[in-house]
Ligand binder design. Structure first.
Ligand SMILES: [Zn+2]
Length: 257
């Protein structure tokens, strides 16, 4: 698929002019930060747990993804995460993930991906540097001492504390090391691309405004972009837009799937 010309009566997904501006900003970037959210994974088939995806066996996610829920009913919470892990194992990174990973690997520029997703799809697509702001569903950690556990069948830590998914739950602070590294990267970036998150709530909002504050150019890729000017809006999904703006020319630029 190549770019469609802009213009016409109705909004066109990813107008040519905006795509060209984004591409040249990315091409001339010195240090690029990519910030992604649930919309990035949705096209791989990962539920966003909103709307029709909202319930699991009658439970609402916001009633399962809390430390209180785990302390009250650890087995229910664990089985929800087992179900989600199985689902994630069955899906594949889409061509937007692949275009981004290929660009990070082959552009020769400094870059990193900061993600709110816990599914590991950026890593599976080959992204070399991913900061997981909300932790990862791919490992457990001890609810008492915090030690990481790679054996997902184990139930208790060596300290005797219960093992839980390695994600950040509602009401919990973000991992300090991930936040510190993210801010370090943002303070040094000159272009930020926000993908698949409305970025109007914490922590995304703070990170986007920090990038704007230091004078970085910010590009937003979303079906209905919402960030205020001077953010460059590109209407469209990650899967359709990323292969067009993250192109490394002759080097495996696109891998349609
Ligand atoms: Zn422990």
């Amino acid at each position: 698929m190549t770019g469609k010309p802009g213009g016409g009566d109705s909004p066109v997904s990813g107008r040519r002019g905006e795509i060209d501006r984004a591409t040249s900003l990315i091409e001339s970037a010195r240090n690029l930060v990519i910030f992604t959210g649930a919309g990035m994974s949705a096209e791989s088939g990962i539920p966003t747990f909103r709307g029709e995806d909202g319930l699991w066996q009658g439970y609402r996610p916001e009633h399962l993804a809390t430390p209180e829920a785990f302390e009250r009913s650890p087995e229910v919470v664990r089985s929800w995460y087992r179900w989600r892990r199985d689902l994630i194992e069955k899906v594949q990174p889409h061509r937007g993930h692949q275009a981004l990973a290929s660009w990070c690997l082959h552009s020769g520029k400094k870059s990193c991906v900061i993600t709110q997703n816990v599914d590991g799809l950026h890593q599976r697509s080959g992204c070399p540097d991913v900061i997981e702001l909300h932790g990862s569903i791919r490992h457990d950690r001890c609810h008492r001492c915090g030690q990481r556990a790679l054996d997902l069948d184990a139930v208790f830590c060596s300290c005797g504390g219960p093992l839980r998914p390695g994600v950040v739950w509602f009401g919990e602070p973000l991992p300090e090391a991930a936040v510190d590294r993210s801010l370090e990267q943002i303070d040094d970036c000159d272009v930020m691309v926000v993908i698949g998150t409305s970025a109007v709530v914490h922590p995304a909002a703070g990170m986007v405004f920090r990038a704007l504050e230091i004078g970085a150019s910010v590009i937003e890729v979303n079906p209905a972009p919402v960030l205020p000017a001077p953010v460059l809006h590109i209407s469209g999904t990650a899967k359709e837009i990323l292969p067009r703006i993250f192109s490394t020319g002759s080097v495996n630029g696109e891998n349609p799937a």
